[in-house]
Design a protein around this ligand. Sequence first.
Ligand code: BG6
Length: 502
Amino acid sequence: MSADQPTTAPDATVVIFGATGDLAKRKLLPALHNLACRGVLPQRFRVLGIGRSPMSDAEYRAKVKADVGAFGNPGAPSEVWAWFESRLFYASGTLDDLASYESIRDRLDALDGAPDAAVGYVFYLATPPDAVSDIVLRLGAVGLLNEEAHRFRRVIIEKPFGHDLSSAIDLDRQLNADLAEHQIYRIDHYLGKETVQNLMAFRFGNEIFEPIWNRRYIDHVQILVAETVGVEDRGAYYEQAGALRDMVQNHLFQLLALTEMEPPISFGADVVRDERVKALHAIAPWTESDVRANVVRGQYGSGRLGEDAVPGYRAESRVPPGSTTETYVALRLVIDNWRWAGVPFYLRTGKRLPSRVSEIAVQFNRPPLELFRRTTGSIEPNLLVVRIQPDEGISLRFQAKVPGPDLRLGSVSMAFNYADYFARAPETGYETLLLDCLTGDQTLFHRADMVVAGWRAVAPILELVSSQPDALLSSYAAGDWGPAEADALMARDGRAWRRPAP
Ligand code: BG6
């Protein structure tokens, strides 16, 4: 992602643990194939898939072909597929058996042609979170994490990075026994979204917005990640997570950080990450009574999405009937720094909401004088909306004169849509992140201190919920915009949630 990094990857093998799982099928292999289509993978590139079920290389290639056809770019030229396919290999093994790791090491040596070949390895742990530290331990034990010049060894891990503050610190301690921080790539697929990266381009590549990006001009900010899907077949995982751990501590906090951070002095990975972590440290800490006043948890009941009747969360598979896990969270945060003092940030995310939309809405102050009150009444304030998905773009609401004899104002909008300007090849969202890892650019990955800062910010909520599981929990019907308590949270400040168009 950085302007300074080469965009063609050095010689490397991507070893995927969990190669037959959902993530590999829907995202990782289609994304690597898309990178092959772009011509940014090196000649000496390989994928070694590791899974439990025995499979030959030929069977694995056939499986990946079907997956790329279903979830990737099936229209790619056949010579690209032939190039890609010849680089796919598979090995079966069990994750808790050291012998499997020894045979992975031998297989890699055989593929490289020599044990000391100048080939980098990326180990992608597309596995359940509780397997992560053991896999790293065993990779370390068989020498697969030792780096030398031209032989990088990097590990990509998926969230959740721990379950709370203390388990996140423990996880890092375990990882650090075998890995240095520069080898750990904590992936957050939100940071791979073009429009999320565009936030930095928008704020720091333009002169006109940054001077007004502060408490003097901004009334408040709303960050929304709304989903129409329910928990689908992930009930067992979701019961342990809930929306706060699944979405807020990572994805929403990264959107928050990019919105409120200070300009970095360069786009060096650690320079940008220093600013993002400072932005998270600025979240004002909560007491228990702050939590009670500023947090709403919700859980969807049965309802309708469009034409379809859908079950409530407690009736989903592998969810206990008395579950108190939240599928919705609304928060009011205060950012304790010079730029943002007094500007509330409202964060909201939920499943089974009426539309799938992610956006950041920045509402500006009203003009100081109501010059048009006689003809127009109270006018709508300026609003800048960065739409992250779908229909990626940016719009700015402002006032214009309604044609006619009176000086009457109406709200109009200037809109930029990505699709109107940039032709986009089909993407999974993982391409940038995988290429960044191959080229050694950690800018878009979570750093350990960032993870800790996120957990620290939500710790008072988790503490309250662990002592009182139904604290602040209300229900909402699937297909509604969340519980009434969330509306009351806004109404208390004299504001309202945006209801974005689907
Ligand atoms: C994942 C969460 O990280 O993000 C899921 O675990 C959620 O619960 C998903 O559905 C949302 O991602 P996107 O890209 O569809 O907005």
